[in-house]
Design a binder for this molecule. Sequence first.
Ligand code: C2E
Ligand code: CA
Ligand code: CA
Length: 288
Amino acid sequence: MNLIPTRTNLDKMATSATTIQLEAKLEQALERNEFRLEYQPQIDIDNGAVAGFEALLRWQPKGAHDVSPWEFIPLLESSGLINRVGAWIIDTACAHWREWTERRLVSPEARLGINVSACQFAEGNLVQLLEEALRKYNLDPASIEIELTESAVMLDTHRTRKALRQIRRLGIGLSMDDFGTGYATMAYLRRFRFDTLKIDRSFIQRIRTKKKDLAIAMSMIQLAHILELRTVVEGVETPEQLASLRRMGCGVAQGHYFARPLPAGDIPDFLRDWRGIDGIPLALAASR
Ligand code: C2E
Ligand code: CA
Ligand code: CA
């Protein structure tokens, strides 16, 4: 065996040392109030109204900058901490949602998307947490949507199927996140009942220049129509992308073109100041 540290080995050792340090910090992050949620608006592109929000987890360790969710969420998952943090996410997001619905800042049809990880199905008490939050904050279950990626349903165990059925029975919606990126998204679509398809950003990026990407995006939106599912397109960044999506009859869009994820405290002002999207005043929405 070659025990001489090579550049690759040293890089790997450095990476795992960083991972261990981050994991140790994550252990205390909840107690230290280092987590927060941001909310990214979702816009009905037919009428410019705010159709909902997605809650996104943020972590800022004391004295440091935000760590990317792509970096720390896998660590929360591998260490099992996601169950405790997931409970905090559900409670906090529902508390914010209660505030905005009670103050009538959002329309009664608007929805809040909450991301959940596979381990929350496998080990956690997800259904109980959701049930408790609905009761505690007196929320309309239909206004909440659980966002699942393929990895969350991939295990397809008895437990997962039971949890999905129970979530539906509570009246909460199910959304398939990153649709089109997994190996078996179509199979999951057959097996489970979803309410919403969230079409992944990667298909939208080049719809103006790549014929194939345009064709795939169009067929996904058509599929959603046929299956009577709502579509949310992720990662809309330009007016040209929005124009293409409008022509395809996509319902709801989310992306930096409309708004970046915002701190909870900024949402009331955002909702008060929101004037619809270019050329389509909100007044038109009201008259439809
Ligand atoms: P996701 O669920 O696909 O979330 C959408 C990601 O796209 C977010 O990244 C959002 O900030 C980003 N995004 C939105 N619009 C645009 C755009 O126009 N352009 C670009 N380039 N990006 C855009 P974020 O916040 O970094 O989150 C990354 C991932 O971390 C999420 O992907 C999700 O898988 C995971 N995540 C975030 N919050 C939670 C959570 O509360 N629980 C769990 N289990 N996972 C979460
Ligand atoms: Ca998501
Ligand atoms: Ca996504």
